[in-house]
Structures are given as C-alpha cells and as structure tokens.
Design a protein around this ligand. Structure first.
Ligand code: HEC
Length: 168
C-alpha cells in the first residue's frame, strides 16, 4: 500500500505553508475592514449621496401641510366641503340637523339671512358644532358649504367670492 501523496514534502514547503496560513487570513481581514469602513462608492459628479438627497429618499410618504392663517392652500368648493364636513348630519337630519332639501325645515332658518346662517355655521349654534367640527376649515369654505346647502333647500344665495389672489 503506497502512502497518499502529501502536498508538503520538504521543510521548505512546510515553512511556506505556515507563512501563508498566517498571511492569507490577515490580508483577507484587512480587505474586509477596508470594504466596510470605506465611504460608499460615488460616481463622479453624482449628488445621490448628499445629505439632502438621502433625506429626500428617507422622507416619509405624504407630508401634512398646515394651512396658515391667511389660508394659502386652495380652498374647497361648497359641495366638497359639504361632503367632507356637513353631510354626516345634514344628509340624514342626524342630531336634529335640518336636512338639505327639506324646504320646510329650512324656511324659518333662511329667514335669519345669509350672514346669521354663516355665523352659526362657523361659530356653532346649539346642536350645530363650529365649522361642523372641522376646525381647520376656512370660514370661506364653511360659507360656501352654507350656500351649497341653503340653495338646495329653498334659498338662492350667491357664492361668496374667492379672496383676491395673493402674490407668493
Ligand atoms: C354633528 C352634526 C352636524 C354637522 C357635522 C354639521 N351640522 Fe349644521 N347643524 C347641525 C344641527 C343639529 C343643526 C340645528 C341646530 C339647531 O338649530 O338646534 C344644524 C344647523 C345648521 C345650520 C342652520 C343654523 C341656523 O341658524 O339655523 C347651518 C347653516 C348649518 N348647520 C351648516 C352646517 C355646515 C356648513 C356644516 C359643515 C361645515 C355643518 N352644518 C355640519 C348639526 C351638524
């Protein structure tokens, strides 16, 4: 029976093998450390890794833009405001709200006049919560909703004019 061929036969080969056994892991570790610690690769002229670009990519989806005092956002039309904030009660007459389209229920209220109705809608009136409970509605949006509701219930109010466009 012949011995299996050993790869190391001479003392010289043994020394080489021992040295390599130390050097190879050290080199590999050095390369790994270098790889982990180095800054991310950039293509020249790329702005992909600037703090602004990174923040932009990490930004949560959707941001809340709060309307400022002057109301710089686009104001909703009467029917949209109504659907959003008023229909819940005024569609069905919930909580004793006068139903839109119920001419009899609105007749005495309409006699108070446009200004009083808008005032009641904005500031609240008995069971009617201020702005229908949507504090961030613009008074003009509430007024538009009042016009929308009243005109379907026997009135013929004019839509309040939009505020003059501001220079931004
Ligand atoms: C939580 C239910 C509710 C919501 C939401 C609601 N209303 Fe009312 N509203 C009422 C009730 C109840 C009354 C009747 C109050 C009373 O006379 O006792 C009323 C009355 C009114 C009146 C008549 C006020 C008067 O002087 O007779 C107007 C105008 C009105 N609402 C407008 C609105 C508008 C505009 C919205 C949406 C922005 C809205 N309402 C949302 C419950 C609601």
């Amino acid at each position: 029976m012949s011995e299996p061929q050993a790869p190391i036969k001479t003392p010289r080969q043994l020394i080489t093998a021992v040295i390599l056994a130390f050097l190879v892991p050290v080199v590999v570790i050095a390369l790994l450390v270098n790889f982990v610690a180095s800054s991310p690769l950039k293509s020249p002229g790329s702005t992909a890794m600037t703090p602004e670009a990174i923040a932009e990519r990490l930004r949560p989806i959707g941001t809340v833009a709060l309307a400022e005092g002057g109301g710089s956002r686009a104001l909703l039309a009467g029917d949209a405001v109504y659907k959003l904030a008023c229909g819940a009660c005024h569609d069905s007459g919930a909580a004793g709200a006068p139903k839109v389209g119920d001419i009899a229920a609105w007749a005495s209220r309409l006699k108070q006049g446009y200004d009083t109705l808008v005032k009641h809608a904005v500031e609240g009136f008995r069971g009617m919560p201020p702005k229908g409970g949507n504090a961030d509605l613009d008074p003009l949006e509430v007024a538009r909703a009042v016009v929308f509701m009243a005109n379907r219930s026997g009135a013929s109010f004019k839509e309040p004019p939009a505020p003059a466009a501001k220079n931004e």
